[in-house]
Design a protein around this ligand. Sequence first.
Ligand SMILES: C[S@@+](CC[C@H](N)C(=O)[O-])C[C@H]1O[C@@H](n2cnc3c(N)ncnc32)[C@H](O)[C@@H]1O
Length: 208
Amino acid sequence: MIYQVNQHKIRYGDIIDFDEDFAEDLKFDFIYSDPPWGVGNLKYWRTINKRNTGIISKEITFAVFLKIIIDFIKKRTKQETIIFLEYGQRWRKEIAEVFNNADYIINGIAESEYGNGNPYDIYIASKENNPLLDNWYYAVKNARKYKTLLAVTEPFKAIMRGKTICDPFCGKGYVARLALDYGMTFYGNEFNEKRLNSTIKILKNEDI
Ligand SMILES: C[S@@+](CC[C@H](N)C(=O)[O-])C[C@H]1O[C@@H](n2cnc3c(N)ncnc32)[C@H](O)[C@@H]1O
């Protein structure tokens, strides 16, 4: 099911079935996502979904999940697309393989951390070397929470206005908020309807 708020579109469903609802030729200018990390996190989000909504989602292995991400990148991006990806440091090898298999190069990796001190990586990847990334690492490393998103995307702010951005695991709407702040069109996907409702509220300007 697709919800539309102004020009923004948010899909309620499992990422596995994304292609059922969006035309083959829909490709994004930017992707920013914080997908589930590893086996434990895949299980965690299924459990939360069941607890919040009573719905039991399909169980998939981590290998299948990584393949879904690769296929999504291959199918839904164009030559100029820039990808931002947040992921736990333990999976650096797997993430390098994801980008390699999708013919993307990693332009930079910045480390950030949660309030509890747990570190994670923020990747930026594209098909070309990117001259906009001077000082990017430093700015990201010293930011927290929503400010991290602003720091990560700051070098691209000027070129993001009027473009499309997709978060295939949009949760409560962190990236939707960025899309509004930057004047972008947002496309989201989320299998937990309760979390998705927060994204919808943000897009309707009810929760800012
Ligand atoms: C780490 S959270 C993302 C947090 C997000 N950045 C936010 O603003 O809330 C990962 C999200 O992916 C969703 N998710 C996990 N597996 C999914 C799947 N197979 N299809 C769609 N969404 C999924 C979870 O419900 C969760 O909201």
